[in-house]
Design a protein around this ligand. Sequence first.
Ligand SMILES: *Cc1c(COP(=O)(O)O)cnc(C)c1O
Length: 219
Amino acid sequence: MSIKQNLLNIKSALPEHVTLVAVSKTKPISDLMEAYDAGQRIFGENKIQEMTEKWEAMPKDIEWHMIGHVQTNKVKFMAPFVSLIHGVDGLKLLEEINKQAQKNDRIIDCLFQIHIAEEETKFGLNEKELNEILYSATFHEMKNIRIVGLMGMATFTDNQEQIKKEFTHLKTIFDTTNQLLTSNFQLLTLSMGMSGDYKLAIECGSTMVRIGSSIFGNR
Ligand SMILES: *Cc1c(COP(=O)(O)O)cnc(C)c1O
């Protein structure tokens, strides 16, 4: 099926409160333009350089989401234009995002990535680390970032019960963390679910799905 048809099929099946991020990493601009022409305006990339090149070449009404692991020294390249950074997993990184956002006279929206998978290899904060950040003075003083939600990736497995358990865990953290009264923190977005597990993620409370291969084909 065509990219356009894949996209329309997925979109028509998503509940209204769920936002679709079309994950276009490794794909050529012609593929992204096909999705753009079919109405898609939110794209997710996992490498800052690749995202920046695509941003330069493509229409400027696109929202670019950084969904990959972020290296602190590369934040400056995306700070002028990125609209949501999904993978924030430490205070140092957040401080750099805040600094670069300030230089660009912007407020950059971010999600905290939470480690929910069994696999050690996946990135993310555990609950203790999350709370340490939330209750730190450094965090409260940051004026050029806004934490608007949480992101997580489930274990790569066929075991639906396992995936469900992990998504439900993240939803619980999402529901119980949202009581801080600071201006830079309000959890609205729960980013969970990819091509293989987004339906389950939505059942578990996801409000934002990151779908690549089901739209653009295998990488
Ligand atoms: C690649 C990627 C996706 C999309 O994966 P698909 O299985 O192709 O849908 C989603 N989230 C993150 C963080 C990714 O790196």
